[in-house]
Design a protein around this ligand. Structure first.
Ligand code: TXA
Ligand code: MG
Length: 312
C-alpha cells in the first residue's frame, strides 16, 4: 500500500477492479467500479460491511445522473443547487447498477462530490465509483489519508491523497417518497438549506428498512463516550482518565481536552469532530466525554454523530 497523488496509478487499479481510497469533501471513501459486481464485492470484504448496507455511487456531473437513475423534478432542483457537494440523492435505479451496490433495493444513492481530486478522477474514468466511507464497518469515518492508512492500509493497494476533508461529516441523504421529501441521514447540507429549495421535508433517521448510517450505534470510537453536560458527567467518573471534547471552550480541567472550534463555528467543529474521536481513542484517556453543539444547521448532524458514537 502507498499514499500518493498519482491519478494514473489510481485509475489503473480501479480499471482492474481493485479498491482505491479517495478524498472527498465529506470523508475519505473506499472506491471501486460501481458497474462491476466483482469490484463492489471487494469493498464489502475490506470494510467487513454487511451486504444489507447499500453503497453511494459517485458521479462527475448532474448529466451523468440520468445514466444510472431516473431523477424527478425535485431531485434536479437539489442537484442543481447543491452539486457538486455533500448531498446524496436516492432515486429509482437503472439496470446497469448491480444489485450488490444497492443491497437489492430498487433505488440508488447518487452523489457528485465537491473535491478537485475526486472530480478529476471521476472525469477520467469510464464508470462511476461506488464508495462508502473508508473505515472498518461501524468505526469513525476517516477525514485524512493517514486515518485511512491506520486502519485499511494493509488491505488496499493505493490511497489517493487529498488533504484534510473540508466538511468532515458524511453527506446528507435525501429521498422522494409518495408522502414527500424524506431525509434519511443528517450531514453536510443542513435541513434548513434543503427546505429553502424543496419546502417542508420529513426526517426518517432510524426505522425500517434500516440503513446502517441509521443504526443507533455507528461512527463509534472503541472507548466509551458520554454526551451531555461535561461538568455533571465528570463527577460520575472519579477514577477515570478523562478525555473531553468541548464545543468552543474548555470549561473543566481534564487529562485530554480538545476544543472543536475556539471561535464557536459549527463548520469548523464538524470538520474536526471525527479526528477528535480518533485522537481520544489513541490517547491514554479511559473515558471520553463530549458536549453537544448548538442544534442548528450542521450542528444537528454533529449531535447526531455524537449520539450514535455514544451508543453501545
Ligand atoms: O459523504 C458520504 O456520503 C461518504 C463519501 C465517501 O461520499 N460516503 C458514505 O458512505 O458515507 P457510507 O457507505 O458510509 O454510507 C452510505 C449510506 C448507507 O449506509 C445508507 O444509509 C445510505 O447511504 N444509502 C445508500 N443507498 C441508499 C438507498 N438506495 N436508499 C437509502 N439509503 C441509502
Ligand atoms: Mg460509513
Amino acid at each position: 500500500m502507498s499514499i500518493g497523488n498519482n491519478l494514473s496509478v489510481a485509475i489503473r487499479f480501479l480499471r482492474n477492479d481493485a479498491c482505491v481510497a479517495i478524498p472527498t469533501e465529506t470523508v475519505y471513501g473506499l472506491a471501486a467500479n460501481a458497474l462491476s459486481s466483482k469490484a463492489v464485492a471487494s469493498i464489502f470484504t475490506i470494510k467487513n460491511r454487511p451486504a444489507f448496507d447499500p453503497l453511494i455511487v459517485h458521479i462527475a456531473s448532474i448529466a451523468e445522473a440520468e445514466k444510472y437513475a431516473a431523477p424527478n423534478a425535485e431531485a434536479f432542483l437539489v442537484m442543481e443547487k447543491f452539486w457538486p457537494g455533500p448531498l446524496t440523492v436516492v432515486l429509482p435505479k437503472k439496470n446497469c447498477i448491480p444489485d450488490l451496490v444497492t443491497s437489492g433495493l430498487s433505488t440508488v444513492g447518487l452523489r457528485c462530490p465537491n473535491h478537485p481530486v475526486a472530480l478529476e478522477l471521476l472525469q477520467h474514468l469510464p464508470f462511476p465509483l461506488a464508495a462508502p466511507s473508508a473505515n472498518p464497518f461501524g468505526y469513525v469515518s476517516p477525514t485524512t489519508a493517514q486515518h485511512v492508512e491506520a486502519q485499511l492500509g494493509d488491505s488496499i493497494p493505493y490511497i489517493l491523497e487529498g488533504g484534510k476533508c473540508t466538511i468532515g461529516l458524511e453527506s446528507t441523504i435525501v429521498g422522494f417518497e409518495n408522502k414527500g421529501v424524506v431525509i434519511y441521514r443528517l450531514g453536510g447540507i443542513s435541513v434548513e438549506e434543503i427546505e429553502k429549495v424543496l419546502g417542508r421535508v420529513s426526517l426518517r433517521l432510524s426505522g425500517t428498512p434500516l440503513a446502517p448510517g441509521q443504526l443507533d450505534s455507528h461512527y463509534a470510537p472503541r472507548k466509551k463516550l458520554y454526551v451531555g453536560n461535561v461538568q455533571a458527567l465528570q463527577e460520575k467518573f472519579p477514577g477515570e482518565t478523562l478525555g473531553v471534547i468541548f464545543y468552543s471552550k474548555k470549561t473543566i480541567e481534564c487529562a485530554h481536552p480538545i476544543v472543536l472550534s475556539p471561535g464557536g463555528e459549527l463548520e469548523e467543529a464538524a470538520q474536526n469532530l471525527f479526528a477528535a474521536l480518533r485522537e481520544m481513542d489513541n490517547s491514554d484517556a479511559t473515558t471520553i466525554l463530549a458536549e453537544e453543539a448548538p442544534s442548528i444547521g450542521i450542528g444537528r448532524a454533529i449531535n447526531d454523530r455524537l449520539m450514535r458514537a455514544s451508543q453501545r
